[in-house]
Ligand binder design. Structure first.
Ligand code: HEM
Length: 249
């Protein structure tokens, strides 16, 4: 084994090494969520704005951009989960040795909550990818503009007409945001950016980002299902959209 492999193994075996992996991949994932909720807000700007945006994402760097981005996201997501599970096991083993230590018990209780909310979020993400990216529902997969472009805007509006789907999004996104309200502050802690003085402000920042993401993400299924957003436009056949030009194919 060479020195680099040894260093990587030692890094992985140490508790701080795994915490750093969880924190750095956490930054990537939170960054993705902020960008995703921002992009999703285009739903409220209308069908053309949203579909132009989705078209841009799928064709950036001649289509390679989305695959690079997906690669980074999958690696970050898998590393985040694997390192968290390994860290929980390591903490549990340490807890057996120090069972009388109050602080260790408190820490492992909160990490237990984190791991369960994290695993539910994983189930939500798998469902969401089958729902809107793989599009297993033929009705959603078949939604097209007259140019042949996929009608992402229409897919989201129609996708949220089923109360059970909306309920699942509500539960998944709420758990995700409760996971983040603890996770964002932990990132600062692990990276050594949290002092006794800044601790309260960092907790508030974590909470503010989580609440903003919760409101932003949930505004879409709630607008489409409860407030009837987009229902007028959905009555217009997609083939009647006049402003979709040939070059946008
Ligand atoms: C209700 C809120 C949300 C809406 C309306 C929404 C909408 C979408 C849509 C339309 C796509 C497919 C884009 C396309 O292929 O053109 C997508 C993909 C995706 N979304 Fe969401 N999303 C929401 C919440 C979330 C949340 C909370 C997460 C993370 C926990 C998430 C993670 C993803 C991922 C990982 C993809 C796959 C990206 C790719 O194509 O590679 N989304 N979302």
């Amino acid at each position: 084994m060479n020195a680099l492999t040894n260093a990587i193994i030692r890094f992985w075996q140490s508790s701080i090494g795994k915490k750093l992996i969880v924190a750095i991949t956490g930054v990537v994932l939170v960054g993705f969520l902020i960008a995703h909720v921002g992009g999703n807000m285009l739903i409220f700007a209308g069908r053309e704005a949203m579909n132009d945006y989705a078209y841009f994402l799928h064709h950036f760097l001649h289509g390679a951009g989305i695959w690079i981005f997906r690669g980074v996201l999958v690696v970050a997501f898998v590393m985040h989960i694997v390192a968290t599970i390994a860290l929980t096991k390591q903490n549990r083993a340490a807890k057996v040795e120090n069972y009388q230590n109050e602080a260790t018990n408190v820490a492992s209780k909160s990490s237990r909550v984190m791991i369960w909310s994290g695993l539910t979020v994983l189930a939500f993400v798998v469902f969401h990818i089958f729902h809107f990216t793989v599009r297993v529902d033929p009705e959603l997969a078949g939604m097209k503009e007259s140019s042949g472009r996929h009608d992402v805007w229409g897919m989201v509006i129609v996708g949220f007409q089923k109360p059970l789907v909306v309920l699942f999004y509500f539960v998944g996104i709420s758990l995700l945001c409760s996971h983040l309200s603890h996770g964002i502050a932990s990132i600062f802690q692990t990276l050594g950016w949290r002092s006794r003085k800044s601790s309260e402000a960092i907790n508030r920042l974590g909470l503010a980002v989580s609440v903003a993401l919760w409101l932003g993400f949930l505004s879409i299924p709630l607008a489409a299902s409860v407030a009837g957003f987009g229902s007028d436009e959905m009555e217009t056949p997609v083939t009647d959209i006049a402003d979709v030009t040939e070059e946008k194919r």
